[in-house]
Design a protein around this ligand. Sequence first.
Ligand SMILES: Nc1ncnc2c1ncn2[C@@H]1O[C@H](COP(=O)(O)OP(=O)(O)OP(=O)(O)O)[C@@H](O)[C@H]1O
Ligand SMILES: [Mg+2]
Length: 483
Amino acid sequence: MSDKIIELVGISKEFDGGTLAVSDFNLHVNRGEFVTFLGPSGCGKTTTLRMIAGFEIPTAGKILLDGKDITNLPPYLRPVNTVFQRYALFPHLNVYDNIAFGLKLKKTFTKAEINKKVSKALQMVDLEDFEKRKVTTLSGGQQQRIAIARAIVNEPEILLLDEPLGALDLKMRKDMQLELKDMQRKLGITFIYVTHDQEEALTMSDRIVVMKDGEVQQIGTPQDIYNEPTNAFVADFIGESNIYNGTIVGDRKVRFINKVFDCVDDFEINAKVDVVVRPEDVEIVKPEEGIVSGQIVSSIFKGVHYEMIMMVGKSEVMIQSTKEVKVGETIGIRVSPDNIHIMKRDFVSNVYDGYIDKINKVHFAEGAFECDVTQLYPGSHLDSEGYVITTTGEKIDLTNVPVRVEVGLKDIEIIDNDEDGDARGSIISIVYKGDHYQIIICTDEEEEEIVCDTEYLWNENDRVSVKIPKDKIKLTLKAVEKK
Ligand SMILES: Nc1ncnc2c1ncn2[C@@H]1O[C@H](COP(=O)(O)OP(=O)(O)OP(=O)(O)O)[C@@H](O)[C@H]1O
Ligand SMILES: [Mg+2]
């Protein structure tokens, strides 16, 4: 028998109106496994779960159960139960009847059997004496636990849980996390669990799927994801991290925060990388013994450890340690090479397909920008009508000529309104990189991304526009490139 129970093969979901909620999602889930979908609001977690349950049909790809295609199978024919993001109990039934509902429908159990199953399920969620209560008299947390009991009582092969603990307070949430995990082990049910709480995902899951904008970013065990995040988004989303822009400067040597550190990854020299250092992996030493030293500017007690910020030039280093260092003190730090995580940089510069218009502006990212078109023909100049005259005297009409446009991340100015700049959109992502923010602006129509490095903090969803100095827009002829 195959170990795989569920397989998602390249599934996508595009809703009417064009929202691509999930894009090319690939995953196999093993029998008895606890898999968690983790990601920020709107990243497509619920949509993916609903496709597994059969409430949504993927617009591409297929879903296999035990190797059989169930993509179009209706929900009630799938061996799956769902606990929804918002509890969905029958308000006119009491607790007992809510839980027994599915069992009664099957007509295969005696009354005594149903009684036994219901009390066992109630015991699991710690609500033994609640059988006769009307569900409308229960607290939100109690209702949610009844919803869980109602799902497990059917002993489904697969249980889908969409933020089932969202309504609970922290203490109850922690208790229920352990109980759910315990329940899952005992019953041997495969759990597919949705949360946006990284701590919850790390404590409960066998494997985690980190999602962003409908795309899988990384699939791995909690340890993999925490220790070896594949990109800056995952690192930033999972736990606290220091994230820096770095450059490989030698054999297993990486420079960031203006110092050279030994690392264990092999990348080619001069490669631009993202460097991630977990705050708990920063060792505090005497100033003269550190790879770098600096002053502590903030120190907060967090219950078990202190969380401190040290400045190195313009960069912040977050340090977690059980040893307190007071604000104003200077310390040295070291990081062991295997605690320096290096990832190929997502972006080194923005690259677009664009074209030149009649007045020698270049169009890309849904905007029109002043640029220097003479760079397309070295040594050329513009005549009085705006035509390019090459060194051999040839007159060139660039109207509608396709070009490749390159713009550096630091060469983009963000403007606080969507009118004054030359292209516009909304901020969709902000990652802090030690001494600056890396911001991604998404344009309205074609969803082109404009990636900028800036020292100013913006807010997600801000409407902004951008300006780019004329001399920072690098153009190449597309036709020339193909040769
Ligand atoms: N029926 C629908 N019609 C159109 N768009 C939808 C529909 N359902 C979801 N979406 C869109 O799909 C995207 C993903 O939504 P989804 O509910 O899967 O996110 P999520 O990760 O579960 O978020 P949250 O953590 O807030 O619950 C969102 O942009 C959402 O607006
Ligand atoms: Mg959701």
